[in-house]
Design a protein around this ligand. Sequence first.
Ligand code: GMT
Length: 381
Amino acid sequence: MKIGIVCYPTYGGSGVLATELGNALARQGYEIHFITYDQPTRMALLDQNIYYHKVDIRTYPLFEYPPYELALASKMVNVSKYEQLDLLHVHYAIPHASAAYMAREILRTQGIYIPFVTTLHGTDITLVGKDESYAPVVTFSINQSDGVTAVSKSLRAETYEHFQITREIEVIPNFVDLTRFKRQKKEHFKKAICPKGEKIVVHASNFRKVKRIEDVIKVFCRLRQQIPVKMLLIGDGPERRRAEQLCQDNGLMEDVRFLGKLDAIEEALSIADLFLMPSEKESFGLAALEAMACEVPVISSNTGGLPELMIHGVTGFMSNVGDVEDMVKNALFILQDDKLPEFRANALRRAKDFDVQKIRPLYEALYERVLAEAAARNLMG
Ligand code: GMT
């Protein structure tokens, strides 16, 4: 089967998930065509089944905003025809689902039917999509998709609550590749960061407001008053500068490292003792799952889909959004030497429920179903 995958190629969770799905499908023999404005960061460059098609965005003095959606739809039309794709899978509704709708309808006028599956990831529904400047188009393109998935029950419920959805949404959770995300021996690295055997807490995100980086720093600041501890901050984004400023203002820089965007994030996770995810909203929490796969327990908020991943008191703890005191109390509990090994083992055990080998087949079954339905409706020509 030949599949076109459309996603944001940056370090955000939706792009990471889409790329890992493409990689996993390619390993199964699917031919995968990524259609994006830049090379997806985790794309398996040298896999013989993986192809990359760059969306060309032309500027023109008249355009204050270059029409990306049109360039994307045109690219989808061209790639679908030239490569004879069977199906398009778009990740993050805005603007990928409406571009896919446009591409499908253009191709339909040429006697070709390429169904498209839309995966809803989070803020495309919970934050941006709900906004009235996008909601009518988001609603329409979800309803027009040939298949729709959401990454958690919570996200599915929010989608039904906020949009006039007339079709079924299937929940397919995030997954992790356990052959890559596993605890590695990194004694040298650990010694370099923690010469006196300090504990290490980690946060990884794209540093947007919704991640509540301020809470990450507050938790760390209080922990540091009570135990020897260091913090690694992975990723980059609009809040990174402010986070740095906060660390400076609180005299924390000696014990904090901003690592920026990391390709081998599993190496940093391998020396971590605790992962912090105090997000305002989190439809699943892929970064927490990847940490758990590396045997790192998690302190998180109890928002969105996190309760579908976390087991409170077992894989870590969840607190109300903004309840820094509770997060500190729970973190101190986990970081005790006699407690940590059990939390580590539990985190890994839970991560195994989301092994890519278990979740990938759910997407494959959906593709088969979507293609069979289109064929049954005589749409395929
Ligand atoms: O919705 C977003 O913020 C975008 C997306 C991203 O690209 O960062 O993240 C979401 O998708 C991930 C993969 O499905 C989920 O694990 C994240 O929880 C989710 N982020 C939010 O809901 C904030």
